[in-house]
Design a protein around this ligand. Sequence first.
Ligand code: NAD
Length: 277
Amino acid sequence: MAASGRSREERWSLAGKTALVTGGSKGIGRAIVEELAGFGVRVHTCARSDADLQECLRRWGADGRLARVTASACDVAVRDDRERLVAAATEELGGKLDILVNNAGQTMFRAATETTAEDYARIMATNLESSFHLSQLAHPLLAAAAAASPGGEASSVVNVSSIGGFVSYPALSVYSATKGAMNQLTRSLAVEWAKDNVRVNCVAPGGIRTDIASNSGMKLDPEVARKMWEAEMARVPVRRIGEPEEIASLVAFLCMPAASYITGQVICADGGRTVAA
Ligand code: NAD
C-alpha cells in the first residue's frame, strides 16, 4: 500500500515489526540490529560464534529496547543451520516476520589462479546461497505478515552486497561475483514477490570501518596494506571510510513505509566511490 495516506510519524516508523538479521555480532550487522531495535523492532540475529553473541546479548541486555534482541549461533553457509535459524527466529518472534536482512558475509582476498574449489564453495555458500535460501525460507512468513498488516504495509528483504558487485579489485573475483549476483537476485525477487507485498532491496556498502578484512584470513605486509588503503581512499570523493551506522540507517529506511515505492533497488552507500571519474 502507498504510504501517502499516512502521517509523517507512521511513514517513518517500524513500531511493532519483527526482523531476522544475519551476522549481527559485529560490524555492519551489529549496527543494523541496534538501529532496528532502536526503532522498536523485535530482532533475532545470528553469528557463527556463540561466544560473540553471548557477549553482545550481555551488552544489549542492559540497554532498553536492545534487551529484547534474541540470538542463535548459526553458520549461514550450512543449509541445515539456515533451516534451524528461521525456525528459532519464528519461535522467538512469536510466529511473525516482517523483515529479513541478509547481512552475514565473508570476504576472501585470493588470486583467481590460487583459489581452490573449497574456497569458491565456501564464499558462494556464505554470501550468495545463504541469501537466496534464507529469503526462500522466510518468504511465507514475510507474505503472511504483509497480508495481516492492518495498514497493508509491505514486508521487506534487504540484502547487503558490496560495491565489489559494481567495480573490480584484483584478488577479489569470487567475493565480487557473489555480490554482483546478490544485486541481481534482489532485482529478480523484487519482481517475483511484488504480488505478495514483499519489497526486496539491497544496500551496497563501500569501505566501512569493520573487522571484515582481518576476518578474511588475509596476511598482508602492513606497508602494502597501508598503500592499498591510501590508493582506495584517494578514489572516494568524501575522502573517508564509512561507519557501520551509515549502512544501518539506510537499511532501516528501506524497511519503513516511507520507502513503500522502492523495490528491486541496489543503493550504494560508498561516499561516491562508484560514481567518481
Ligand atoms: P564483519 O566481519 O565485521 O562481521 C561479519 C558478521 O557476519 C559477523 O557477525 C560474523 O559472525 C557474521 N558471519 C560471517 N560469516 C558467517 C557465517 N558463515 N554464518 C553466520 N554468520 C557469519 O563484516 P562486516 O564488514 O560487518 O560485513 C557485513 C556485510 O557487509 C558482509 O556481507 C560484507 O560482505 C558486506 N560489506 C562490508 C564492507 C566493509 O568494508 N566492511 C564493504 C562492502 C560490503
